[in-house]
Design a protein around this ligand. Structure first.
Ligand SMILES: Cc1cc2nc3c(=O)[nH]c(=O)nc-3n(C[C@H](O)[C@H](O)[C@H](O)COP(=O)(O)OP(=O)(O)OC[C@H]3O[C@@H](n4cnc5c(N)ncnc54)[C@H](O)[C@@H]3O)c2cc1C
Length: 376
């Protein structure tokens, strides 16, 4: 934990003062989630700036309330009963600051900024490093939490500092890259220190004039004709390509229709020892070469959860009541309209149990659960 940059404090404390904070009661949470599911929050408050964060925390501490920090609600399943505590929505007006560090740009952004807007901002200025993370819903504050990643990039590659309020010490801290303990869809914030920090700003280190990342097969395929002509795609072209690929899969921020009422991929891609491949092939009645996988280091491989789900008898569009598998992407569970959290969970369990029965692999879910007696 260091005060490496120490500029987050300025960024967030300079928010324009607002009238007294509003602590609302019994606010339905469904509209604040991309699933559009969930009951009310006992208390709800939207904060902008560090002073308001402290004020809201004071309210919570005085009443000894459980606290949940909400961003864009795009990785969240809220229970039908709602949440008997305070939901603190970290908002914020436009709050971006570009600084230089040698050849790099340090882009510091307030937690309440929309993530895709930040990616576009960076791409339009020619800053490389996050272009493949285009079209992911949610806010900046959520990006370090599960170390968002897609199409060969993850946000941890660029994060140099996370500024946060530490609920344990009651002080703001600047956490550097090491302190954040990033892993695959993992960080300090969703693992060992879950619930301890309120992220208020994130600093990304980007490469001005850098080349776009072209690591992922779907992205490379998109530019096949351009490559043949010997042309390299620009950052903006990669940004647009990723958004278009995501749209075809129903995985684009703000996309409408039932496939849009999801939390993105519901299951993480499991990482298993490569020695497990022969048995997986036997169970799938295929040859080990046909198992979709990516190297994960140390003799491990990352399997495609979507493939495991399909091999276990599920298909795009499969429905149980008003919950379904997306018609465009096997990994996304969707709300067909007025689905309850209970229906979503019944479908989740059916999928997880089938994969476990067939492959002895326990899928892990990505979305965070709120208002349930267990986090799974
Ligand atoms: C269509 C779709 C596609 C998606 N594609 C991807 C993808 O490609 N890759 C990927 O990684 N994810 C993906 N996601 C998941 C999701 O968009 C990301 O995890 C996103 O970063 C969540 O941000 P959020 O602001 O919506 O967080 P929320 O859903 O509001 O919260 C998620 C978690 O982060 C915590 N949190 C949020 N803000 C803060 C804060 N300021 N301080 C402390 N904790 C906070 C919450 O408490 C909660 O635990 C997708 C989701 C959807 C709906």
């Amino acid at each position: 934990m260091t005060a490496r940059l120490g500029i987050g404090a300025m960024l967030y404390s300079q928010a324009v003062p607002r009238p007294a904070l509003k602590f609302q009661e019994f606010i339905p949470l469904a509209p604040y989630t991309t699933f559009r599911i969930g009951g009310p929050a006992r208390f709800f408050c939207e904060v902008e700036g560090e002073a308001e964060v402290e004020q809201a925390v004071g309210f919570v501490k005085e009443r000894n309330l459980p606290l949940f920090v909400l961003g864009g609600g795009s990785n969240l399943l809220v229970s039908d009963a709602g949440f008997d505590g305070m939901v603190l929505r970290v908002g914020g007006a436009a709050s971006k600051r570009d600084g230089r560090e040698g050849e790099s740009v340090l882009l510091e952004v307030g937690a309440g900024e929309n993530w895709d807007d930040v990616v576009l901002y960076a791409v339009n200025r020619g800053y490389a490093g996050i272009e493949c993370l285009a079209g992911i819903p949610g806010d900046v504050g959520g990006t370090p939490v599960q170390n968002v990643g897609a199409y060969g990039q993850e946000v941890a590659e660029t994060i140099v500092q996370v500024r946060a309020y530490d609920l344990e010490t009651g002080a703001f801290v600047n956490l550097d890259y090491e302190a954040c303990r990033f892993g695959y869809r993992r960080s300090l914030f969703n693992a060992e220190a879950r619930g301890r920090y309120i992220v208020t700003a994130v600093t990304y280190k980007l490469r001005p004039g850098g080349e776009p990342a072209l690591r992922y097969a779907d992205v490379k395929r998109h530019f096949a004709a351009q490559f043949e002509r010997g042309e390299k795609p620009s950052l903006r072209q990669v940004y647009d390509a990723v958004r278009s690929i995501r749209e075809q899969k129903g995985m684009l921020a703000g996309q409408g229709g039932p496939d849009g009422r999801s939390a993105g991929s519901f299951f993480k891609n499991p990482v298993v020892p490569s020695t497990a491949l022969p048995q997986i092939a036997v169970n799938a009645e295929c040859s080990p070469e046909d198992i979709p996988r990516y190297p994960a280091g140390d003799g491990m491989v990352k399997l495609a959860a979507a493939w495991l789900v399909e091999q276990s008898g599920f298909h795009k569009g499969f429905a149980m009541g008003r919950a379904a598998i997306s018609s465009r992407h096997t990994l996304a569970l969707v709300n067909l309209g007025d689905a309850t959290a209970a229906e979503l969970i019944a479908l989740r369990d059916a999928v997880m149990n089938a994969v476990n029965r067939k492959f002895a692999i326990q899928l892990e879910q990505e979305p965070v659960m709120l208002g349930f007696s267990s986090t799974r």
